[in-house]
Write a protein that binds this ligand. Sequence first.
Ligand code: ATP
Length: 409
Amino acid sequence: MSRSPSIPDRPHREIDPDLPDDERLDALRDHFEDLVDINEQLTEQLDDAEGRRQRLQEKANRVERENETLKSSSLYIATVEDVIDEEVIVKQHGNNQEVLTDVSPRLLERVEAGDRVAVNDSFGIQTILEAETDARAQAMEITERPEVDYTDIGGIDEQVQEVREAVEQPLTNPELFEEVGIDPPSGVLLHGPPGTGKTMLAKAVAHETDATFIKMAGSELVRKFIGEGSRLVRDLFEMAREREPAIIFIDEIDAVATTRTESKTSGDAEVQRTMMQLLSEMDGFEARGEIRIIAATNRFDMLDRAILRPGRFDRLIEVPEPSQEGREQILAIHTRGMNVDDEVDFAALAEETDGYSGAEIESLATEAGMFAIRNEREEVRQQDFLDALEKIEEDDSSDVISSAGYFYQ
Ligand SMILES: Nc1ncnc2c1ncn2[C@@H]1O[C@H](COP(=O)(O)OP(=O)(O)OP(=O)(O)O)[C@@H](O)[C@H]1O
């Protein structure tokens, strides 16, 4: 061990043996005092050194621990809930645990609420997952509480009522089901032509129950996220568990649940895997939980019956094209915010729009408004609606209507 440079010199004192006894004694006393003094200095230095050693040891232990945590491969995924000064609240996926954690200055500048992050065992944020890693954010549409409510939906009162019983009641009055001793429907399947309000219905339930609306489109799973379908389905349910109460809405479910075809292409295998994942998620589902599942299709005839078994999509609700009365109601809804002349005859327009879906009636209202603007008026008149009707008929509406008829029988 190297010597500390500040170690005091060893005192050296020559004592003449011929000195008288009392003088020799004094000299020896002085020498002894010098030695005591030096001893004290050395003890102090030793204490200092020991303190330094302990501090270094602690630092070494800490670095070693940090190193171990950094090297540990098991990182968990969490979502940043909030950033407060230099601390971050994260919610761990899976168990929903919320934790207040530190973040290194390097990441603090970049981290924002809503980011997906990887955390270690002690919840230290290791990385912020980039958008590309976060395919699920692109594959899902998440709305905290959609704006649509039941009063925005026209012409399908019976279906609204059925959805309220099958989806809303289990969320708002679960005890009713417990008392009677039945499980609410696991999943509700809305089927009917395009643009009839299926998505609106699902959103309105989420609005009414203050639930998060999480939408995933079956067609996108198959087309856009090739090879990731089953993982995204898993993520979809995980996301819902993180955000309960939640309404999962799987649009165009036929894309992942069509009747098995004879062909055995890799694409089909992938679709099968996605569907199997969906079925297994539904099978392992708590029927009385805070998550409800709604799916929609306009190709009911194509559906693989496996998804309709009890415990899966076991409540079917048909959402048909609106009747004349329904069309009138929808027209009234979509012109609520418009400056419409009192002379406009909604009943007559409803009669003229046989075969129109809710979505097409909405376009009719917008188109009529465009005619009013074109004619430099602020008020929308009957003639504007008739012109709009003519334009729509001339344009592509006939194609849309006939294709709707083709898809949905
Ligand atoms: N019954 C309805 N009442 C009021 N508006 C409606 C109705 N049906 C459709 N609409 C209008 O059409 C738009 C599209 O409807 P929505 O997305 O709910 O249809 P969908 O049945 O889910 O269609 P798709 O099968 O094409 O997904 C809505 O945003 C709404 O403006």
